[in-house]
Design a protein around this ligand. Sequence first.
Ligand code: ADP
Ligand code: MG
Length: 212
Amino acid sequence: MSKTTFEDLGIQTWLTKQCDAIGVKFPTDIQKNCIPEILKGKDCIGAAKTGSGKTLAFALPIIQKLCEDPYGIYALVLTPTRELAYQISDQFAVVGKMMNLKYVTVVGGMDMILQAQKLSDKPHIVVATPGRLADHIQSCMTFNFNNLKFLVLDEADRLLSGPFDEQIKTIFSVLPKERQHLFFSATITDTLSTIMNFTKKDTLIYEAPSET
Ligand code: ADP
Ligand code: MG
């Protein structure tokens, strides 16, 4: 039996070529399960252990879709730490190189004014930690999320476990109500009910089988 390819999942060749160039040749299980559903427009909750390729499971369909309508901030990715925000940004940069993808990484410890300038320069993707993005929203907000199509919560269980509640509330208050939710995590057990409050009824829930 031949192996499933990214093309089989609906990913266009110009993008699969970018993947190939970084040694990403065949989709992982979470990518196989989530990418076709995300392309169809479904909300998605995906859980699989660290290193299983969750970032490309959302980055590839987002980049492909944004090429249809590349105006304004198209996707917001929230993640709990600076380190993760940089890692996610790097993967967007690599696979989005061909289409001159514009992204901004919004994390603490960096110059607020420079970040604000980049945010107002209509990036396609914003990758942020909740604290710093909430700061930008509460100071003079020179950007908007009017064209936002995707909200990604990376490490969703950590983001929704309490400490980020106020910041997330601030952020959600400026997002359009109509948006596609993509929530990824290593585990989803504890926060699943909270997550389900946000997502639509026909949400795809994929949980990788545990290894025994
Ligand atoms: P997770 O978020 O699940 O912990 P990442 O998305 O950070 O995992 O991916 C971990 C590493 O695996 C990254 O270096 C990424 O480039 C690589 N990777 C992702 N998808 C694939 C694939 N289909 N084949 C090979 N490597 C992949
Ligand atoms: Mg990850």
